[in-house]
Design a protein around this ligand. Structure first.
Ligand code: ADP
Ligand code: MG
Length: 134
């Protein structure tokens, strides 16, 4: 059954100039991109998006990083989109991510890890509503 997930190309990957490479991979993996925009988050928007992590030691640096430059927001659709996108991204820490995954290819640290993906149907719905109204 078709499913939707939120994907983000994070500021480090935009700065590296790999938007095109990441979108090319998304298309190769048979996702449909059904919404997409470039955004520059305010610190408050980043804090709201990562509110589930507000008790973590990395919340401050993470929200500084996510509001540090342009990002690409995408709604991706395909069968099993949530799990498949997370598989394509690889583990949170690029050093632990499988070869060929986006985080291994384009991430540089556990914080600057190139991409974001929702982790469950409920969070996907919440995250998509956060950035794409309607
Ligand atoms: P994921 O993005 O794989 O779902 P989490 O939801 O656990 O990972 O964390 C959200 C984001 O916070 C990560 O993608 C990463 O950018 C950052 N992060 C997670 N863990 C750490 C950590 N230990 N130190 C610094 N940043 C972290
Ligand atoms: Mg997460």
């Amino acid at each position: 059954m078709s499913e939707k997930t939120l994907a983000i190309i994070k500021p480090d990957a935009v700065k590296k100039g790999v938007i095109g490479k990441i979108i090319s991979r998304i298309e190769d993996e048979k996702f449909k991109i059904t919404a997409m925009r470039l955004a520059k988050l305010t610190k408050d928007e980043a804090k709201g998006f990562y509110i589930v992590h507000n008790d973590k030691p990395f919340y401050g640096p993470l929200t500084d990083f996510m509001s540090s430059g342009p990002i690409v927001l995408m709604r991706l659709e395909r069968e099993d989109a949530i799990a498949h996108w997370r598989k394509i991204m690889g583990a949170t820490d690029p050093a632990k991510a499988e070869p060929g995954t986006l985080r291994r290819l384009y991430g540089s640290s556990i914080e600057n890890n190139a991409t974001h993906g929702s982790d469950a149907p409920e969070t996907a719905a919440w995250e998509l509503a956060y950035f794409f109204k309607g």
